[in-house]
Design a protein around this ligand. Sequence first.
Ligand code: ADP
Ligand code: MG
Length: 138
Amino acid sequence: MTIETNSPEETFALGQKLGEQAKAGQIYTLNGDLGVGKTVFTQGIARGLGITEAVSSPTFTIVNEYTGTLPLYHFDVYRIGDPEEMDEIGYEDYFYGRGICLIEWAELIEELIPEGAISITIEKDLEKGFDYRKITVE
Ligand code: ADP
Ligand code: MG
C-alpha cells in the first residue's frame, strides 16, 4: 500500500490511524533518510495508542518507552555500531513482548527483525514539492 502526503499533519494522521488499529506485539520498521518524517509518523502512532506524552527520537538511548492503550517501544538504531548492542539492551523482551515496537533505521539491524513486521518506508520526491512524501506500507 502506498500513500502520498503533502504535510507533516497528513503523515501524523496516517500514523495515528495505524496506531489505532495496532495489535498487541506488532512491530513496525521505519526506513527513510534523515528528516523524511519517521519521527512525525511515530508521533502519530503514539497518539493513536492514546499516548499524550511528547514523543521525540531517542537520542541518548536506543529505545524510549511510553504507556498507552498498549506499551510503545520507540527505537532509533541509527547510532548502533554493532547489532550486539541490541543484546545488551535485551531487545528480545521488546520484540517478542505484547507492546508495539517502532524501529527507526531498522535496516541497520535487519537480521534481528522478526517475521511479520510491517515495513514502512518514507521517501521524498523534490520534484513533487518540499513537503511531499511517499509512504509505502507492506
Ligand atoms: P526523521 O525522524 O525521519 O529524521 P522527522 O520526523 O524528525 O524526520 O522530521 C521530518 C521533518 O519534515 C519535519 O520538520 C516535518 O515538519 C517535515 N515535513 C515536511 N513535510 C512532511 C510530510 N509530508 N510528512 C512528514 N514530515 C514532513
Ligand atoms: Mg527521527
